[in-house]
Design a protein around this ligand. Structure first.
Ligand SMILES: [Zn+2]
Length: 228
């Protein structure tokens, strides 16, 4: 019994069981536009279910809320493009675009799969994106941190502002993608195969229509099985 208690304490101390939380609830000012829930991403198809939320580990969401708070004093908001990414989606991405350095091999995974990485940019008070060196997921030399060639002064300023604000709260920048940051302690979290991105439907949402079972709310579970 004592052993079990120590093991449970260990899990809790290391945060392995730390829940994923909905960032929209933690950072109401954030603009959330999950690009993998839409077709305008580099894969040209939606990989997330309708109603997908931006989920992060609780402590990572707290870090991000402090970044948002600091930037809000300058009238700047965070715009989030990707948060927790199910490992199952990572496998699908790798199948479609197996290019190491840009898409993580699911064998090793991405910190997105741990709920400890975020893809984001800056927006003004109205939610309009600030100028940055490249669009999201443009895998070019201009997307590198520190790149200057062919990039406007305003874009360099905004990119560096984002990096500085994120680093102050313990996020580590990706060298090849100015938009990607991960919590410095990301490795302590387990990769999660398929936590529900969309809210699970309640029983009342599952109805019989014309003798066929229909699911009104579309959870990741049902979506993956093409039931909705
Ligand atoms: Zn990323």
């Amino acid at each position: 019994m004592r052993t079990l208690f120590v093991v449970l304490m260990g899990f809790s101390l290391w945060g392995v069981a730390e829940p994923l939380v909905d960032v929209a609830e933690h950072i109401p000012s954030a603009v959330i536009e999950l690009r993998y829930a839409r077709e305008d991403n580099f894969l040209g198809r939606a990989l997330y279910p309708p109603g997908a939320r931006c989920l992060l580990r609780k402590s990572v969401a707290k870090r991000l809320s402090r970044v948002a708070e600091r930037l809000s004093k300058e009238g700047v908001r965070l715009k989030l493009w990707d948060c927790y990414r199910p490992l199952a989606v990572q496998k699908e991405m790798w199948k479609l675009f197996p290019r190491p350095g840009f898409v993580a091999n699911p064998q090793t995974g991405s910190h997105h799969n741990r709920g400890a990485a975020v893809d984001l940019t800056l927006a003004n008070a109205e939610g309009i994106e600030l100028e940055m060196p490249t669009p999201f997921d443009e895998f070019s030399p201009r997307a590198r941190q520190g790149a200057r060639e062919g990039i406007s002064k305003a874009a360099i300023h905004n990119r560096d502002k984002l990096k500085a604000a994120m680093e102050l709260e313990g996020f580590v920048a990706n060298r090849k993608e100015w938009w990607h940051f991960e919590a410095e302690d990301a490795r302590r979290f387990k990769m999660l195969e398929q936590a529900p991105l969309a809210k699970e439907p309640s029983f009342s949402a599952i109805i019989f229509r014309g003798g066929v079972l229909k699911v009104a709310g579309c959870s990741a579970f049902f979506w993956r099985r093409r039931f909705c």
